[in-house]
Design a protein. Structure first.
Length: 117
């Protein structure tokens, strides 16, 4: 998640600020099954001068077929950001709107600007 958050910060359009939000605790059933300790994962909040905001919140560390998911909420719209890379490969973050979860595109600076502006 930290790598994703770092590129989000690099891509942030002018007029937007970034800050870490309250962490969430992840202790999913699969983590419990394999005795993996609960983890505190930071959230990310973006805001602009007009009071608009976007919130990134880790949703799952272990997902069948993916390496993790972060949910994004922006103006009443929800997006699922998932790491679709092979195991042990560098992350490959892709995003979809919640209502069209299999219609994915790469997470890029252009995508972020389109969502925020």
């Amino acid at each position: 998640m930290n790598g994703l958050y770092a590129v989000i910060e690099d891509w942030l359009p002018d007029g937007w600020e970034i800050r870490q939000g309250a962490p969430v605790v992840s202790h999913e059933p699969l983590m419990q099954k394999f005795a993996v300790t609960a983890k505190r994962i930071p959230t990310l909040e973006l805001s602009n001068r007009e009071g608009q905001c976007a919130q990134f919140k880790p949703r799952a560390l272990w997902i069948i077929g993916e390496n993790g998911r972060v949910d994004l909420k922006r103006d009443g719209h929800f997006y699922f950001i998932v790491d679709t890379a092979d195991n042990f490969a560098p992350p490959r973050w892709e995003v979809s709107r919640a209502e069209r979860r299999y219609d994915r595109e790469a997470v890029t600076g252009g995508w972020l600007r389109r969502i925020l502006l």
